[in-house]
Design a protein around this ligand. Structure first.
Ligand code: GDP
Length: 443
């Protein structure tokens, strides 16, 4: 899914993330490349244009240019734009009023409609519903046979439609049986044709009028890209759909249909089909899709977290102190408290793609106790001691250890580490001055 787009975008972002400062031109260039990547992914031309207009102002604004890690900020802005494009939140099926409900699946032949009817009934049963299936393609007995077979396979009842009845009459009869059976949702697998034609639309409208389904979902093949988008638009104009199910997403390296449908039709993608098996159906989560497209795991939440806990003004003050070698134990403590505020070390590590798994497997153990210990030791020092660690002699060390419930060795180790850090900073200043920026770069 989305592999081509992910590959192209990650090249653009890697280029940005490696740098501490970005100029407006750097970002403009990146936006151009993002535009190309989206067009190559077969995203609708107008959608791409609107998308870039929507994020441009923020991407080249102060928020990004003055941030501590501008490359990551650009990713964040793009991510928020993508989520919007994909339809904001997850769109659940609407079941309003009294049961039994009915749901119509519409679409062209070969799009995966019958398979999806099976998948959806399976999914709904797992979520506590009692579905009943009805095939109504009276011109294609094979389609009726296919749904009966699927029903048998997953043990869900199917109405034995007769191809001599009119489709809307079949639905009414099936609904009566559904009620008798105690089913609470009728899933209608409507006729599929190779192309949209008037006869098909009339048939679908007649069913819709009689049955009044709470959901009319278009099943479309994601691999057909913009054809799927045009199809959605046409079906929406003709019979007013409530959403889309995109099938064969696992084979769609580009993702143009998924990224365009919401903007073009104003109807959400509600599910995606990800394989031929009857359990290969997933609700569509715009935020997770976007993370997937950006190849980022949950790292975006981590950036958010770091952003919200990190006081930028405080950081600038700290940066000035570093420049003058004024960095003392009080500042050191402040830095530790930032790390602390962001959550437990393990929680933070778990958000980094790949690391979460290692933690679960027991490979990584973050020593949070050490952080607590260091903070306690600094808390037991006087203000003067924090300002100038060199005054902390043997008897002071003993007192601090006692006050913080630690051992003298712990105090010694902390002071040694701090002295080394200060030394390193001194070298930084006299050397090629890489800047404070790099210390907070999330890379
Ligand atoms: P219909 O004519 O619209 O009812 O389409 P079918 O349900 O008969 O499906 C057509 C083909 O697409 C079948 O071979 C299905 O197994 C396949 N198919 C359906 N959904 C998916 C999917 O999400 N992924 C893949 N790979 N194949 C699918």
């Amino acid at each position: 899914m989305f592999e081509l787009l992910t590959e192209k975008l990650s090249k653009v972002f890697n280029n940005l993330k490696g740098r501490g400062r970005l100029s407006e031109k750097d970002i403009q260039d990146a936006l151009k490349q993002i535009r190309l990547a989206l067009l190559e992914a077969d995203v609708n031309y107008k959608v791409v244009k609107d998308f870039l207009e929507g994020i441009k102002e923020r991407a080249v604004g102060q928020e990004v240019l003055e941030s501590l890690s501008p490359g990551h900020q650009v990713v964040k802005v793009v991510n928020e734009g993508l989520i919007k494009l994909l339809g904001e939140g997850k769109q659940d099926l609407v079941f309003e009023g009294k049961s039994p409900f009915s749901l119509m699946l519409v679409g062209l032949q070969g799009s995966g409609k019958t398979t999806t009817a099976g998948k959806l009934s399976n999914y709904l049963r797992k979520n506590g519903r009692r579905p009943y299936l009805v095939p109504v393609d009276t011109q294609r007995p094979a389609a009726i046979e296919q749904l009966l077979k699927i029903g048998q396979e997953i043990n869900i009842p199917v109405y034995p439609s007769k191809n001599t009845d009119r489709p809307e009459d079949i639905c009414v009869k099936a609904m009566e049986v559904a009620v008798k059976n105690g089913s609470d949702i009728l899933i209608i697998d409507t006729a599929g044709r190779l192309h949209i034609n008037e006869e098909l639309m009339e048939e679908l409208s007649a069913i819709k009028k009689r049955i009044k389904p709470t959901e009319v979902l278009l099943v479309a093949d994601a691999m057909t890209g913009q054809d799927a988008v045009n199809l959605a638009q046409k079906f929406n104009e003709e019979i007013d759909i409530t959403g889309v199910i995109l099938t064969k997403m696992e084979g769609d390296a580009r993702g143009g249909a998924a990224l365009s449908i919401m903007s073009v039709t104003n109807k959400p993608v509600k599910f995606i089909g990800t394989g031929e098996q009857l359990n290969a159906l997933e609700p569509f989560y715009p935020d997770r899709m976007s993370s997937r497209i950006l190849g980022m795991g949950d790292i975006l939440s981590l950036i958010d977290k770091a952003q919200s806990e990190f006081d930028q003004k405080e950081a600038i003050k700290l940066s000035k102190k570093l420049g003058k070698a004024e960095f003392d134990l009080e500042d050191f403590k402040k830095q530790l408290s930032y790390i602390h505020k962001m959550g437990s070390m393990e929680e933070i590590l778990a958000m980094i793609p790949g690391v979460g798994k290692m933690i679960k497997a027991g490979g990584v153990k973050a020593d949070e106790r050490e952080l607590v210990r260091v903070e306690a030791i600094i808390n037991s020092m006087t203000a003067d001691e924090r300002k100038d660690y060199r005054m902390i002699n043997g008897s002071r060390r003993k007192r601090i250890a006692f006050g913080s419930g630690t051992r003298v060795e712990d105090v010694n180790r902390l002071l040694k580490n701090f002295a080394q850090t200060k030394n390193m900073l001194k070298k930084f200043r006299s050397g090629k001055k890489k800047g404070f920026q790099s210390m907070f770069d999330l890379n």
